[in-house]
Design a protein around this ligand. Structure first.
Ligand code: ADP
Ligand code: MG
Length: 708
């Protein structure tokens, strides 16, 4: 079958392939790879020559203490290089075996030994050069190493000055040796066509090692300092491009748009303040001041307000909305669920009893006629404040004069949604609220396009949730305590261990716990169950029964419905808490202690708990600050799935480690902001490569249209 030729091929049949085309060469065709290894590389997400060149080592073997055999001592791990001169193996009866490899360096010899690893014999052949690392010992006048770490050297690596040996991520069927060779081969074959993304001016300004130096240096560093410089370059580049994307997103959303300046005069401020039956906390006052300053400007506000559940974010949101209405503009409040929208409407209703503000709850359940009437009033400007779900924007609601949009619990408010709320170059102000504590480094990365305000303290009167780490010896006493509370008319949640496999396994784990409790500790009580395998109706029924008190205990997976608020439930029991992140445990704990009742949280641990896991849970019990817990989690476990498709859909970072590279992140962020401010849209020709890289990598995830 013949393939039609494209017109460019016809007119220029012997055109040289471009750099981009060469770098996109399938990895199979890199010298020394071939179809079989290519398939293994695919498993590592390495598909092209460029992927292989940018396949970075995950770590390095430090061969710093490298010695001549004559200079060895028996105190430290040391590395020698030598040539294999003899291989022997013998069995010593009873299935025991010894493999011995004699290695020579000039006139000196060293013997490496492996006990009961007969297969080691086949890994060596005479004449080969190897590096051996171990703590040696002298026996019968000759040095020996037992079970040394071995590096098989090839020509390229056969350099005495090599001190840091790259260790790549592997997959079954590939060895370090093979990956090292394939990477080296790709660099040799295609390295010369790589294009530097940074202009020489930017390289100098950001103090970066040029790409042509950095590629060899990261794959086979001469020394730790060179490696550090090479690594810094790639980490910086990765974070810089990400930050550029974040700035571009902000630019796209805000620049060129004007919002109505909504200054809260002293009079307006005082009138709003009087509506509240309590004093604002210092944190709320500070947050309100920041929001008020944003609103007073004609640049659209784009602010994230974060604070634990119950920290009083609604106060700040209500202030902003009323300030907006006082200046003659409409405000919209969007909640993630209808339950929460209704909850917000109820809060506003009680605050606004004595005011003339006209508000409306726009959710499902209105008749077609009511709905049409509502939309007409909104379009005519007869309604000041609209409360609804995120669907408000999708449903083509026309506002007469929209000044502010408040979004509860949704981090990603898309470009299209924003576009729907704009008119010409007029954009409303945005305030986004979240109760999900996110470490600072991560929020800088994920929400770098937002200004962030954090509410840290709780309003007075909120009940702390007392938390106990309950060891095996105390389980019986804990359940006795729970029974006491149930007998006194209270209710409890019991959360089953997190199972990260399928829904059905999770359901089985909930069911097993339910069985155990209803036949044991809670046999005398009415216990309900809820999990992901139930139908929506079954779940609603289980929730309704618990809410109404028909069941006293609810056994569930970790995914207790958002917005569940049962004031009479004051106990949270979590089985196998070591399987949860601290932030998640904190969220679970936040479901109790909401009403007048003090909350109790018991995390039940077994015997096999490790010391660090125990320390982590003790810290959880001792801390009620969700942000502190999120930072601890991050320090201990890394960013987890925060970047994942589920949460934000950003591609994973390839080399930067947000824990380790915080300083570089700060630099990259500052530099990206400056560069973008000086070159909006990155239009200059010398920025074209950076711009392309930004669009290729983050264009989809961050909904960047071709910026500018
Ligand atoms: P969030 O939305 O952050 O979870 P809310 O705004 O719903 O928290 O506030 C939680 C509870 O605390 C509400 O009942 C609210 O009325 C109350 N509250 C908020 N601020 C204060 C304050 N400054 N003093 C007393 N109570 C407050
Ligand atoms: Mg809230």
């Amino acid at each position: 079958m013949s393939h039609p030729l494209s017109s460019s091929e016809i007119s220029n049949p012997r055109r040289e392939p471009s750099a981009a085309e060469l770098l996109a060469t399938p990895v199979e065709f890199v010298r020394g790879v071939g179809p079989l290894r290519a398939e293994l590389l695919h498993r590592l997400d390495v598909r092209t020559a460029a992927d292989l060149i940018f396949f970075f080592p995950r770590d390095y073997e430090d061969l710093t203490d490298r010695r001549d055999i004559a200079a060895l001592d028996d105190e430290h791990i040391q590395t020698i290089r030598g040539q294999v001169v003899e291989i022997d193996s013998r069995s010593s009866g009873f299935g025991k075996s010894i493999v011995g490899v004699l290695v020579r360096q000039g006139n000196d010899f060293l013997r490496a030994l492996w006990f009961n690893q007969p297969f080691m014999r086949d890994k060596f052949h005479e004449g080969q050069f190897v590096l051996l690392s171990a703590k040696p010992r002298k026996k019968g006048g000759r040095w020996e190493m037992s079970h040394p770490r071995v590096t098989w050297l090839d020509g390229a690596e056969d350099q005495p000055e090599m001190r840091l040996l790259p260790l790549y991520p592997l997959t079954e069927g590939l060895s370090q040796y093979q990956v090292r060779n394939m990477v080296a081969s790709a660099v040799e074959q295609f390295g010369h066509v790589l294009e530097e993304v940074f202009s020489s001016e930017l390289l100098a300004r950001y103090n970066l090692m040029p790409l042509a130096e950095a590629i060899p240096a990261i794959h086979s560093p001469q020394d730790a300092e060179q490696l550090e410089r090479a690594r810094r370059r790639f980490v910086f580049q990765e974070l810089f491009v990400l930050q550029l994307a974040v700035v571009a997103r902000r630019w796209q959303q805000q620049i060129g748009f004007r919002a109505p300046p909504l200054e809260a005069t002293a009079d307006i401020h005082a009138r709003i303040q009087r509506l509240f039956p309590f004093e604002w906390t210092a944190g709320q006052r500070a947050a309100i001041a920041e929001v008020a300053a944003d609103l007073a400007s004609d640049a659209p506000m784009n602010r994230l307000l974060q604070g634990d559940v119950g920290s009083g974010k609604t106060v700040v949101a209500v202030y902003a909305m009323l300030a907006c209405v006082a200046r003659g503009y409409q405000a919209a409040l969007m909640a993630p669920t209808e339950i929460l929208a209704r909850q917000h409407a109820a809060t506003l209703a009680s605050l606004l009893r004595a005011s003339r503000v006209r508000y409306l709850l726009l959710v499902g359940g209105l008749t077609a006629k009511e709905r049409t009437a509502a939309l007409q009033q909104i379009a005519a400007g007869e309604i000041d404040l609209v409360i609804g779900t995120h669907a408000i924007v999708q449903e083509d609601v026309q506002f007469a004069k929209l000044g502010l949009v408040v979004i509860d619990e949704q981090h990603k408010f898309g470009v299209r949604q924003r576009a729907a709320l704009r008119q010409g170059d007029q954009s409303p102000h945005y305030l986004v609220m979240t109760a999900t504590p996110i470490p600072r480094t991560i929020s800088m990365t994920l929400f770098g396009d937002l200004d962030v305000t954090t509410l840290r303290e709780m309003p007075p009167g909120r009940q702390e949730v007392r938390t106990y780490v309950v060891g095996p010896a105390e389980h019986a006493r804990w359940w006795q305590f729970v029974r006491g509370k149930l007998q006194a008319g209270r209710q409890a949640y019991v959360v089953a261990p997190l199972v990260d496999e399928s829904e059905s396994i999770a359901a089985a784990s909930v069911a097993a716990l339910f069985e155990r409790l209803t036949n044991g500790e809670l046999a005398a009580f009415r216990v309900g169950i809820i999990h992901g395998r139930m139908t929506a109706d079954e779940k609603e029924e289980a929730m309704a029964a618990f809410r109404a008190g028909r069941t006293q205990v609810l056994v569930s997976t970790s995914v207790i419905e958002v917005g569940v608020d049962v004031p009479n439930a004051c106990i949270m029991v979590i089985d196998s808490p070591e399987r949860f992140g601290l932030a998640q445990l904190h969220q679970l704990r936040g479901r109790v202690g909401r009403g007048k009742l003090a909350g109790f949280c018991g995390v039940l641990v077994g015997d096999e708990l490790s010391e660090p896991a125990r320390a982590r849970l003790d810290a959880f019990a001792a801390t009620s600050d969700g942000f502190q817990l999120a930072e601890m989690d991050f320090a201990l476990r890394g960013p987890g799935d925060l970047f994942g498709t589920q949460q934000h859909g950003l591609p994973p970072l390839r080399i930067a480690d947000l824990r380790r590279d915080q300083t570089i992140l700060e630099e990259a962020r500052r530099d990206a902001q400056q560069l973008f401010a000086a070159n909006p849209g990155l239009k200059k020709p010398e920025l074209a490569r950076l711009r392309r890289q930004m669009l290729v990598r983050y264009g989809n995830a961050l909904e960047l249209s071709d910026v500018g």
